[in-house]
Design a protein around this ligand. Sequence first.
Ligand code: FE2
Length: 479
Amino acid sequence: MSGVGRRTFLKATAAAGAATTAVSGTAHASSAPVFEHGVASGDPLPDGVLLWTRVVTTAPVRWEVARDATFTRVVARGRTTTGAHRDHTVKVEVSGLRPATHYYYRFTTADVVSPVGRTKTAPRPSDDCGSLRFGVVSCSNWIAGHFAAYGYLASRDDLDAVIHLGDYVYEYFEPGVRVTEPQRECETVDDYRTRHAQYKTDPHLRALHAAHPVIATWDDHESAENSSAIGSPVHDPATEGPWAIRLAAATQAYFEWMPVREGKLTRRLQFGRLADLTMLDLRSYRTDTTILGTAQRNWLASSLTDGCVRWKLVGNSVMLAPLKIPPLPGLPPTNTDQWDGFPADRDHVLRALDRAGMKNAVFLTGDIHSSWAIDVPFGETTVATEFVSTSVTSDNFDERIGVPPRTASLQIEAQFRALNPHVKFVELDSHGAQVLTVTPEQVQMDWHYVADKRDPNTATTKAHSWRTQHNMAQVEQVL
Ligand SMILES: [Fe+2]
């Protein structure tokens, strides 16, 4: 987006926000609707995008999509309704748009106008786009700090979309920098709805959603710690009821509150001939013996080897590569919540890559609140690249053991690299957001770290860059 375009957008957003505030100011007295959770868009296609908002109203909700932030060139409009059955969330599937184009959108109900959002459609499958750029994030825990890393991505003009790898909300209740609502662990659909609602009042998260389309999958904490289709170690059916009911409640709230198409999180989005993005759901089909389930496993293996695009990006909530953990108090030698707990599924997928002779898959991973660049091994060779996003705020190594950053972690990082020669980079202490740049020649991950997650206005600095060249599956540092 041009500088002029962005200034116009910011001005229009401010104006819309002022309009909303002005109306809601009078209206708190007369119960006029308020767009207090902002607006969002998601899962861009070449000709459309999903729009989201929430507003408590019985009136129709009108929506508009325009080429400009002041809505002088409206290209699509319509109306819909919402209600308590979906917690007053609104989703609109817009089609008929042009590929690889920025659009602006807003909602109106009962003369109240929402903030303005900006989104972008994907390139056509046949397009030779020269480059793509994505924000990559995971693990934003309200109690652990402020979401300044989201604010950093919101301030960038050069992102095609933001990929969220899970732990968008955390279900538990603990003391911290900020207090969650509800002030208890989430168990019911109302609990999960309340938690999602609170997160979407965060100004940095609202800014992120208003600035870019988000492509999200979930991990465990959108339901409960280390969850699967059959349970969670923190869920006790004897006192908390059947797991299936709690999982259904968490799933319902997620689909209501997130800008994703409803029904299934496993999906593939294409961005011209340069890349496609396969989003995995590693929780809904997980049992004691599979992380993917048979259908998702077979689909992933064929999706990664169909040869349609130059790069195969994968949104993968937990670490794919095998990982030996150094002897540390309270930690097992492997983390079986990761793919390490499901070697048969991993072998199936990596063998498919090996047989196809393809090394162009790049797994984008969250979950472990730290930064990694890895050559994914299979037998004597490497078959893929894995870049692990650090957390927006969730506690990481130094915080968990109670030492200053960049002290004890340095030795542990060296131990990780020694035990796991395929791990080329690991940083255990910092929080932030990542930017992934895709060109025909290479895919590069930049880790941007925040100085102090307890400070909502903290500075963000680019700290590390690693890349993989096409069909090499060998990461290298970019200095
Ligand atoms: Fe997490």
